[in-house]
Design a protein around this ligand. Structure first.
Ligand code: SF4
Ligand code: SF4
Length: 679
């Protein structure tokens, strides 16, 4: 179809596209190669199937927060696959007259029909996104308008020129065995009957070149834009975090060269890949409690600013010039945004590419605290109290033993044969409201005739807040103390009624064991054999096995309906979402009214990530935002499963004058429903 000169021009065009495409790709790969190592190569087959399902079934975008956007993306995605194949055909056709990838057999005809049809779906998808971005203008799309406009234009041109090319081709070869119904229809409608063969040939060639230019412009531009996610996104899904999103990996304090991230090269290659995979959809920003409450933190901007910095500093990164790199704070990130994250994980949960935002902020905190001694002033006393007394309030550790006797429970030292250890935690031991939950748990466990004990004076703070506030050293000190004590007894299970403690025992401590040289192998083996049980699992299990006799739901004096506030660390981070609903159904019968943001989409109370112990300095208070939702639900009873959440919601409802709303832990609700006599 092409003359010799045209064939040479086409070859030059293909080669230039190749260079324009691969130059930024290679540059990005070289940047990633200079970042810190991170092991993400386990279970390759599992990773492969996960990626295939996310990408090819489009589960990454078909999430329920934005169903229409997901559907429009599906239209474009499958169309793009068909068009990519067609592009190969288009190039070969330039050299081999009449070439058709699948021939004129039925698969070829089917393919011609599908590309024809997909040209419509792609156009529909692009129009949807263009209207949404440039007319509806949601806040989530507050970046990348130029990139989007160019890409929409390239796609629009690629599709329309393809249809033109097909149309002229069919007019020239009307007997061609193709099922391109749309192109045939357009040829019949748009082309004058009197058009000459030479005019058709000229137009066909013009359409050929226009299509080639549109497609090659698109391919060349993609890796220079946010649409690089087309390649980085699937790779990022492949290397996703397979452990609980709430788990933090330990810092080896003996061997680490840097504590946390001071400069960009202190991040791992996976952090860098995260930054390159972002499509700027803003889903993370939409669900972030810090952003929603008017604080400076936007998880989307954290990722975008990291990518910008990686690219801007690529020469220094690739040439190993660590000393020439600026410190990330305040050049790239402000301290204010770093300290605003509650580590709720909502951002990571909704991200189509499983980008791990909180980990970046936690690494930055670690560096500020451990290497620079910079943290909010109100944390000074908090760290001191944990370090000296093992609890946030600076109360004597011996008080924990008094609490044990007030609760009427023996310590493990007094009753080493006890099967379960009930972990009271700092709230259960020292906070008046937390003590009520502890009392409820003791009542329930006694009613179920469980053999259990507490630790008493040997217990220390689990270290969750210290760790998520960047103080890894303090966390490891507290953890070592607790692990040593645990290894000296033989409980078969450890029961917590705090999701933060649960997450630490279940996810953080096991990951810490390999770097704790102060523990013997025997101690580590013993610790690993202890089963960590949340109070939600315990209560649901006891009720399910009819180990508790409960007052019948229809009895008088019970609330008519109730709502649940799912804690981030039980729910989103550890998947404990069915149990609270099972428990409430058993105790209250019906009457459960879900909040607008519930279950895996629950909205944080504002206390996670150690922010229980800091002052929120800007915006609305996060707990006030959540309490507004609770008040709107009209449910006068709010069931929680976390002492932090309970405190934040109770305070928030009090601040709003909503004193008729009661906040109770699920253990308290179950305890109140216990019959006098038990089975
Ligand atoms: S973890 Fe929560 S608070 Fe932190 S950035 Fe993500 S959504 Fe925002
Ligand atoms: S980080 Fe994920 S959710 Fe946030 S804007 Fe980027 S792709 Fe979207």
């Amino acid at each position: 179809m092409l003359t010799l000169v045209e064939k040479i021009v086409l070859a030059v065009l293909v080669m230039s596209t190749f260079v324009l495409f691969f130059y930024p790709v290679v540059r990005r790969v070289l940047i990633l190669a200079r970042l810190q190592p991170e092991a993400r190569f386990d279970s390759l087959l599992g990773r492969f199937f996960y990626t295939v399902s996310r990408v090819f079934l489009q589960l990454c975008t078909l999430k329920n927060e934005r169903p229409w956007t997901g559907a429009a993306h599906v239209l474009i995605f499958y169309g793009a696959l068909a068009f990519d194949t067609m592009t190969v055909n288009h190039v070969i056709e330039g050299y081999v007259d009449g070439f058709y990838l699948f021939g004129q057999s039925w698969p070829g005809r089917l393919f011609s029909a599908s590309v024809d049809l997909f040209s419509l779906t792609v156009l529909a998808g692009v129009v949807f996104f263009a209207v949404r971005r440039f007319l509806v203008k949601p806040r989530a799309y507050d970046t990348g308008a130029g990139d989007s406009a160019l890409i929409y234009l390239f796609i629009f041109l690629a599709v329309t020129t393809f249809l033109l090319f097909n149309m002229f081709s069919l007019a020239l070869h009307p007997g061609g065995r193709t099922w391109a119904v749309l192109s045939r229809f357009l040829a019949g409608k748009l082309l004058p009957e009197s058009i000459s063969v030479s005019a058709l040939k000229q137009n066909l060639k013009l359409a050929y070149w226009l299509h080639a230019l549109a497609v090659f412009s698109f391919i060349s531009y993609v890796p220079h834009s946010k649409y690089f996610h087309l390649f980085a996104g699937p790779v990022n899904l492949f290397f996703r975090k397979r452990r609980s999103p709430g788990q933090m990996l330990p810092l080896d304090l003996e061997t680490a060269e840097n504590f946390g991230a001071e400069k960009v090269v202190d991040f791992s290659w996976k952090d860098g890949l995260d930054a390159m995979a972002c499509v700027e959809c803003g889903r993370c920003q939409d669900v972030c409690p810090a952003f929603q409450s008017g604080q400076i933190l936007s998880p989307k901007m954290v990722i975008l600013n990291l990518e910008k910095h990686l690219l801007a500093e690529h020469k220094n990164i690739i040439r190993n010039g660590r000393e020439k790199l600026p410190a990330l704070v305040p050049r790239v990130f402000s301290e204010e945004e770093i300290w605003a994250c509650t580590t709720c994980g909502a951002c990571l949960h909704v991200c189509p590419f499983d980008i791990e935002h909180p980990d970046k902020l936690l690494s930055l905190r670690q560096n500020l605290v451990l290497a620079q001694g910079r943290f909010p002033a109100e944390l000074r006393g908090f760290f001191h109290n944990l370090e000296t007394y093992g609890n946030p309030w600076g109360l004597p550790p011996a008080k924990r033993a008094e609490v044990a006797s007030e609760l009427g429970v023996k310590t493990l030292a007094e009753n080493p044969q006890a099967e379960y250890l009930l972990w009271l935690g700092c709230f259960g031991s020292f906070d008046d409201r937390g003590r009520k939950i502890a009392e409820a748990m003791v009542r329930i466990m006694k009613a179920a005739a469980l053999s259990f004990a507490v630790l008493g004076a040997e217990e220390r703070c689990c270290g969750d807040s210290a760790r998520r506030l960047g103080n890894e050293y303090l966390f490891q000190t507290l953890a070592l103390n607790n692990l040593k004590v645990l290894a000296s007894y033989n409980p078969k299970g450890l029961i917590t009624f705090c999701p933060h403690g649960y997450n630490v025992f279940k996810n953080d401590y096991p990951a810490l064991l390999p770097v704790l040289d102060a523990l013997s192998q025997e101690e580590k083996t013993k610790i690993k054999s202890i089963r960590v049980i949340s109070h939600l699992e315990l209560l649901a299990d006891l009720i399910g096995r009819k180990r508790l006799a409960l007052i019948k739901p229809e009895n008088e004096g019970r609330v008519s309906f109730c709502t649940i506030h799912d804690s981030c660390y039980y729910g989103r981070h550890n998947g404990l979402l069915d149990q609270p609903r099972q428990i409430l159904r058993a105790v209250l019968g019906g009457g459960l009214r879900e909040l607008r943001n519930s279950g895996e989409h629950s909205f944080c109370c504002g206390a996670g990530g150690g922010l229980m112990w800091t002052e929120q300095k800007a915006g609305k208070r996060v707990n006030h935002v959540r309490c507004k939702e609770i008040i709107e639900s009209g449910s006068r009873l709010v069931a929680t499963s976390c002492p932090f959440c309970l405190t934040m919601l109770q305070d928030g409802l009090g601040d709003k004058g909503a004193d008729e709303f009661r906040v109770l832990d699920l253990a308290e609700i179950v305890s109140a429903a216990l019959r006098e006599t038990q089975p």
